[in-house]
Design a protein around this ligand. Structure first.
Ligand SMILES: Nc1ncnc2c1ncn2[C@@H]1O[C@H](COP(=O)(O)OP(=O)(O)OP(=O)(O)O)[C@@H](O)[C@H]1O
Ligand SMILES: [Mg+2]
Length: 559
């Protein structure tokens, strides 16, 4: 006996040199419980007390492993920390071995084996250990190796500390720092590329339109334009990942979005995959505010991933539910940094090959892929960016050979008011004769914008920076400027600053901001106000012409 009492922890402290090597942990504990006084001959009763208190102060478990007989005792914490009753532990080392996570077992066994064969006295290691309820705890074990007079290891006494929460926090922090760094890099590259692409798209269209070119040269130009279009899809994906993409969110009902998608989904999946839909039955529907084009793309990405994971066939389940996340949401790993509230959850569940820990650790990183079909690895990265930008979170649970569940949490919003009427866009580009001030620091983007607008019939004044624009406006002495087309971010004076200055002097001037980042336009205090429009880069002549006309035709801003 002599186990599972708080007192027996003292056996840990009184070990070296005072026990017979053949003593089993059980016997040893008994000795110490009975002979606590003599074991601490030189210590006062007070210091013995301190040891007891110190032992109880931790929530650690202690295991005492006899290396000769492989007997294993748990002087402390077996029940409290690990949830097992003493009778269940059966007193052999196999009990511990079987509960170490299979992914950690070989590494830990090798490390302990190595330390036992050496002359070292201490060992420490981190591993996952299965609790009685089936959950794995992340443990930090620090052990003392007791050796006999020949230096042979005879006992291994470890104190097991639960570091699950700390490890989760640490992993979470590392992950989000890594994603942040990736995001900044990807966003920066995409932003600069958008300027080049705007120029390429603009000039290709202009050359085609102005020269009335036909035949081979026209088709070559067409190819250049197509390539620029594809490149702008890529920068769009990178911006989505870095959460700087111009999303066009509006309120949609989640079930109708999934139902509309069904046909495309079925086309993507082969005959050997069955599809099951479990849609929520909320009476008023479950609404989310998202860019529905982007959300559709995310669900298609997830479906393609699921299909790729079920090459031999399987079942794909699409589910929508509504859930309330309170402060307790920490219990679902992966949702730590999401605000409490009501969420709509879209789940894509497959019965495919699943993912190992290595894949799980990297799957949201841009260009991380295990597929060898050329470029890839942007599917989950962009999905992650878009969902985060929409105030939600993606959670993935996966087990090798069992399958994968991807859950998208998006904040639930109230049902929308009836939709506003939208003017259909005609084939010919809308034209005009109004006066437009183009303020853009990138020379190529400025030139192409000016060219397009002049071709459409507008009077155009151009400025490369805010000072220049202020000077030009002042020199015109009262002549109207109907519209300002301005880059949002410029060195020295921002587009928003100049627009505010201009609208003080000329309140009826409409404003169209051009930017590669949505985030820039939505900075606190940088909200797009009434009479201000936003045109994301890269844009083509049609998008520019349409936005300019829309802005000019909008009602005058009331001040
Ligand atoms: N449902 C799934 N089952 C198993 N593994 C998956 C699943 N979804 C994603 N993965 C793993 O995550 C990796 C990254 O996925 P992601 O969608 O970002 O890129 P990809 O599918 O490889 O390429 P892309 O989507 O850009 O064509 C995949 O290569 C795959 O290893
Ligand atoms: Mg993919």
């Amino acid at each position: 006996m002599g186990i599972a009492t708080g007192d027996s922890i003292c056996s840990r402290v009184a070990l070296p040199g005072e026990r017979d090597d053949s003593t089993t942990p059980h016997e040893h504990d008994t000795i110490h419980q009975k002979q606590a006084g003599p074991s601490f001959k030189s210590d006062s009763a007070e210091s013995y007390n301190h040891l007891q208190i110190a032992a109880r102060a931790t929530n650690d478990a202690v295991r005492d492993w006899d290396l000769g007989s492989n007997a294993l005792a748990w002087p402390q914490g077996l029940e409290n920390l690990l949830g097992y009753e003493q009778s269940f532990a059966k007193g052999q080392i196999g009990f511990w071995e079987e509960r170490v996570h299979p992914g950690d077992r070989a590494r830990i066994a090798a490390s302990i084996h190595e330390i036992i064969s050496s002359a070292a006295e201490h060992w420490s290691g981190e591993y996952r250990f299965r609790r009685a309820d089936g959950c794995y705890l992340q443990l930090l074990e620090r052990a003392w190796i007791v050796r006999n007079s020949d230096g042979k290891a005879v006992r291994f006494v470890g104190s097991l500390m639960d570091i699950t929460a700390r490890k989760q926090l640490q992993d979470q922090l590392t992950r989000s720092q890594k994603m942040e760094a990736f995001g900044q890099l990807a966003g920066g590259v995409a932003h600069d590329f958008n300027n080049f692409l705007t120029t390429i798209l603009g000039y290709s269209d202009l050359v085609l339109a102005e020269s009335g070119m036909k035949g081979t040269v026209a088709s070559h130009l067409g190819e250049i334009r197509k390539a620029a279009g594809r490149a702008s899809n890529l920068t769009g994906q990178l911006l989505a990942f870095s959460r700087r993409q111009a999303l066009e969110p509006h309120v949609v009902e989640v079930n109708s979005l999934i139902v509309n998608l069904e046909r495309s989904l079925l086309r993507l999946l082969g005959d050997n995959i069955t599809v099951v839909c479990h849609l929520h039955r909320e009476k008023e529907g479950a609404h989310i505010k998202v860019d529905s084009g982007q959300l559709t793309q995310i669900i298609l990405n997830l479906t393609v991933n699921a299909r790729d994971a079920m090459r031999g066939g399987g079942r794909l389940t699409l589910a929508t539910t509504v859930t309330s996340l309170d402060e307790d949401r920490q219990s679902l790993p992966g949702l730590e940094d999401i605000a409490p509230g009501d969420y709509v959850v879209i789940s894509v569940i497959d019965t495919g090959i699943g993912m190992n820990d290595e894949v799980k650790a990297h799957l949201f990183e841009p260009f991380f892929t295990t597929k060898d079909e050329g470029a890839g690895g942007l599917g989950l990265a962009t999905s992650y960016g878009i969902v985060r930008q929409s105030g939600g979170q993606i959670r993935i649970e996966s087990e090798v050979n069992r399958g994968t569940t991807v859950q998208i949490f998006l904040p639930k919003v109230p049902a929308p008011p009836p939709p506003a009427y939208k003017k259909p866009i005609g084939k010919n580009l809308p034209t005009g004769t109004e006066t437009i001030l183009v303020l853009e620091d990138d020379i190529s983007v400025r030139h192409i914008s000016v060219r397009i607008l002049r071709n459409l019939g507008y009077q155009v004044i151009e400025a490369a920076n805010g000072d220049d624009a202020q000077r030009q406006f002042t020199q015109r002495a009262g002549k109207t400027i109907d519209l300002l087309l301005s880059d949002m971010v410029m060195p020295e004076m921002s587009g928003r600053y100049f627009a505010d200055w201009l609208r003080k002097a000329s309140p009826h001037t409409k404003v169209v901001f051009v930017s590669g980042y949505l985030a820039e336009s939505l900075h606190p205090g940088d909200r797009i106000e009434h009479g201000m429009f936003f045109l994301p880069k890269p844009f083509d002549p049609e998008q520019l012409a349409t936005t300019i006309r829309q802005a000019l035709d909008s009602p005058a801003p009331s001040r």
